[in-house]
Design a protein around this ligand. Structure first.
Ligand code: PFF
Length: 448
């Protein structure tokens, strides 16, 4: 771990930070929403299989690139390259990931801003400021601009403080809060009328749907988004881990936490929808499918909280604080990708680089907010449906085909002397060379 560039001070620090990046709106909003629109438990089943069989190996590739290079994504990839074309290719892949992270942050910050305004709304109601409360939940330009800026400033504030004092410290504070809030909300919601029906819809798979192409594509996209792949983020987090740590098991633990929290979020949201239905809220769209997307979070759930009376104010507050925390631990990781690049490659001071890049991304968010109808979806699609799978695939190709095999194996061995007896050692190098790029390419081309 380079002293001057900082790093995680402990295993738990890394686990919390990487899980913080992975666990975000994708888990608590995206996963239950996709589950609702893709046939319930069948989607959950496919997601679990793809997360462990495809996303985890690709995730390990990115962590290993970073730990080997001990530097930002571009420098790390270039350290593995020997020929000039490989160095250029390394630049394209590394820089592509950094751009992808910045693009994701530009729209993610807007969604996170909505979560913050919805979190403050119950407080405004409690204090009797009903007009303010209404303003907070109505779509308006000023509200969107104000809360996006507020959220981005929080992100900048944490990243300016660096890896240990910023990312690690805040992830260690926020992640336990997130897990506690999630569990408390589940315990409360499953005791309400209608929740059992929701649990049934969530946990009983309709096996006939598991091979549907649309379902497979959505599940893989969700798994990649959730593990923050193809964005340079896991490369840079990998670079902050000491060579003494067993990366293979750390990566597995982070994947497990990520998948478990998505699963838990489903246990909250799907039953909550059926509880809302029991209270007279419409949860099915006209075509008979469960309501998903933004209407689920901003219409169905708030109606449910409203129907609960005074308790609903606290439950609604808890829920949107949960969303905000999840978004914040992810957004800091997205900003760290470009910032580490600027600091290490262009020798810019960290605080300056953070402020400058953070405000640049905020400017992009403002442009999106001003053209929200067509730009929000466009930027989300370009970065998550195209950018992430392509960059993640190129990272696997890099590890499988360009990185010298002996050097790759030596890196896997760091921190895990007996790894030669494990399945990971026997399968993964081959898997990341052939299976990961092919499978990602097939699913990606199919989605076009
Ligand atoms: N993994 C985050 C989520 O599930 O919400 C989103 C994310 C974080 C995507 C960081 C990309 C990234 F670089």
């Amino acid at each position: 771990m380079g002293v001057s560039r900082g790093g995680f001070s402990s295993r738990i620090g890394f686990i919390m930070a990487a899980a913080g990046s992975a666990v975000g709106l994708g888990n608590i909003w995206g996963f239950p929403t996709q589950t609702a629109s893709n046939g319930g438990a069948a989607f959950v089943l496919v997601y679990l299989v793809l997360a462990f069989c495809l996303a985890y190996p690709a995730f390990m590739a990115e962590l290993l690139i970073g730990r080997y290079g001990q530097a930002n994504a571009v420098t790390s990839l270039q350290k593995m390259s020997h020929k000039l074309w490989q160095k250029r290719f390394a630049f394209i892949v590394g820089f592509g990931g950094i751009i992808c992270a910045a693009l994701i942050l530009s729209f993610y910050g807007i969604l996170a801003g909505w979560m913050m305004s919805y979190a403050i709304e119950p407080l405004a109601k409690l204090m009797g400021f009903n007009e303010v409360a209404q303003w907070l939940v109505d779509q308006s330009l000023i509200r969107n601009l104000a809360f996006t800026a507020f959220f981005m400033l929080l992100t900048i504030f944490i990243i300016r403080r660096g890896v240990e004092e910023g990312i690690e410290k805040w992830s260690k504070r926020l992640m336990p809060m997130l897990i506690a809030l999630l569990i408390l909300l589940i315990i409360y919601v499953v005791t309400l009328d209608g929740a059992l029906e929701g649990l049934n819809a969530y946990l009983n798979p309709d096996f006939s749907r598991v091979l549907e192409p649309d379902l497979l594509i959505s599940a893989l996209g969700q798994a990649f988004f959730s593990l923050s792949l193809g964005t340079s983020v896991m490369v840079i987090y990998g670079s902050y881990i000491s060579k003494k740590e067993d990366l293979v098991s750390l990566g597995a633990q982070v994947t497990l936490i990520d998948v478990s929290i998505a699963f838990l979020a489903g246990l909250l949201i799907i039953p909550a929808m059926y509880v809302a239905q029991a209270q007279g809220v419409a949860i099915f769209a006209e075509d008979g499918s469960l309501i998903s997307g933004s209407s689920l979070v901003f219409t169905v759930l708030p109606s449910l909280f409203d129907g609960m009376g005074a308790v609903g104010l606290f439950v609604g507050f808890g829920f949107f604080v949960l969303m905000t925390i999840a978004a914040l631990t992810s957004s800091i990781s997205m900003l760290e990708g470009p910032v580490s690049y600027a600091v290490e490659r262009h020798d810019i001071e960290r605080t300056k680089a953070t402020t400058f890049i953070g405000l640049g991304i905020l400017a992009l968010s403002v442009i999106i907010v001003l053209n929200i109808e067509f730009m929000l979806d466009l930027v989300a699609i370009i970065s998550t449906q195209y950018g992430q799978p392509i960059i993640a695939m190129l990272c696997s190709i890099f590890v499988g085909w360009i990185w010298h095999r002996n050097s790759l194996l030596a890196e896997i061995k760091q921190g895990h002397e007996n790894i030669e007896n494990t399945l990971f050692w026997k399968i993964w190098p081959w898997y990341v060379k052939y299976i990961c790029p092919t499978a990602i390419a097939i699913v990606f081309l199919h989605s076009l």
